[in-house]
Ligand binder design. Structure first.
Ligand code: FAD
Length: 356
């Protein structure tokens, strides 16, 4: 395995521009700086980039990017560009966006792909504005190198949009591009890692107007999986009535999935409707829906949830949906694979016990 310094030496004389005849994709990649591995969202991003059928260059930024470039470069990437400048830690879009524009222009990339998460939502509009191009956000499918599918009207309509722009700037809904472990597995010898300095891209100078002050991470208790990557989500709505009842009924059910052999000791993630978040039962990071997270787990259990369109917009692509509601004919039934008519106070403890 080459050390980063060795690679720098190896690629000192590479040309400053490189044009692919049939298009090429730049994918913005985030990584977990503690473990030096790509985030699940970035693996989905690469999965989407692969659908464009052209060479993929991954862009990794921040102080550990050289280590990740060497340790966790997935199979389907043909080249990695990285820059370890501390300015790029903390994902500040003011620094990252101009660099991306410079790379897109100098390398003649035809496509830019980024996850439609908080980082992507910060960066993509800035890149588009700087390049004077129209971004195409939240896509859920790629039909060709210029046709993309994206939900509109809270996910009730899927629009197929065609772009004739010289560069297509797209953000992807990660839940729509499931990770193929084999394809996004690290295979370090396949890709060439190059520090961006080799290309003399312009690094923005210090920006005084915006400065990073600090951040704190909310830990998922008991190793509960992230909503975006969870295989099972137990979600609660106003039918739970109180915060205490939510904790008493939803949390044990989510934990009981640890005992299901298929899930290898991993608990279910917990989700909620906006009604429950507004009532202060749970943190708003758990909200699922149009103004919350968009998820697509293997199993979604909706407890005491009516199924308002704004909630459905965030979970209707789940593979199997189970609704537990005391009333019949609630809107959630229309998309549920199984509906259990019953009171959450009776049904949830019984279900928890059966799983245990
Ligand atoms: C612009 C906008 C954006 C929004 N964004 C979101 C969003 O991102 N996510 C979101 O979730 N909402 C969102 N909403 C709110 C949305 O319209 C609904 O108000 C909300 O989803 C309703 O939540 P709920 O299903 O928990 O409550 P309710 O609609 O009140 O449903 C409660 C359900 O619980 C059942 N129930 C009651 N008691 C029991 C019991 N003991 N046992 C079993 N079942 C019981 C009832 O039959 C009912 O079906 C948004 C609204 C607007 C206007």
């Amino acid at each position: 395995m080459f050390a980063a310094a060795t690679r720098r030496t190896l690629f000192r004389n590479i040309p400053t521009t490189h044009t692919y005849r049939y298009g090429s994709t730049l994918a913005f990649i985030e990584y977990n700086a503690k473990q030096n591995v790509l985030t699940p969202a970035s693996r989905s991003c690469l999965q989407a980039a692969k659908k464009l059928n052209q060479p993929i260059t991954a862009l990794l930024l921040g102080s550990n990017s050289d280590k990740v470039a060497i340790k966790d470069t997935p199979n389907i990437v043909s080249k990695v560009l990285y820059n370890t400048d501390l300015k790029f830690d903390h994902q500040s879009p003011e620094y990252i966006s101009p660099l991306i524009c410079d790379i897109l222009n100098k390398q003649n990339f035809t496509h830019f792909v980024i996850a439609a998460n908080s980082v992507g939502k910060n960066i993509l509009p800035r890149v588009a504005a700087l390049l004077d191009l129209q971004p195409i956000s939240d896509i859920v499918d790629i039909e060709s190198d210029k046709q993309f599918v994206r939900p509109i009207y809270a996910g009730n309509i899927l629009a197929t949009v065609q772009s004739e722009q010289p560069k297509k700037l797209i953000s992807i809904r990660t839940s729509a591009f499931p990770i193929d472990e084999e394809e996004t597995q690290a295979k370090v010898d396949n890709a060439v890692s190059i520090p961006t300095q080799e290309y003399q891209f312009e690094i923005p100078s210090d920006i005084k107007s915006t400065q990073y002050v600090g951040s704190s991470t909310v830990q998922n208790e008991d190793g509960r999986p992230d909503l975006n990557s969870a295989k099972v989500i137990v979600s609660g709505g106003r039918g739970l009535k109180t915060k205490e009842n939510f904790e008493k009924l939803i949390v044990p059910l989510a934990d009981a999935f640890k005992k299901v052999p298929k899930y290898n000791g991993v608990a279910a993630a917990i989700g909620a409707t906006r009604a429950v978040v507004d009532a202060g039962f749970v943190d708003n990071s758990l909200q699922i829906g149009q103004t919350g997270k968009v998820v697509a787990p293997d199993l979604y259990i909706a407890c005491g949830i009516s199924g308002a369109i704004q909630h459905l917009a965030g979970m209707k692509n789940s593979k199997v949906i189970v609704a537990i509601n005391k009333e019949e004919d609630q809107p959630i039934e229309e998309i549920a694979d199984f509906t259990l008519i019953g009171d959450v106070n009776d049904v949830l403890p019984e279900l928890t016990e059966k799983l245990g």
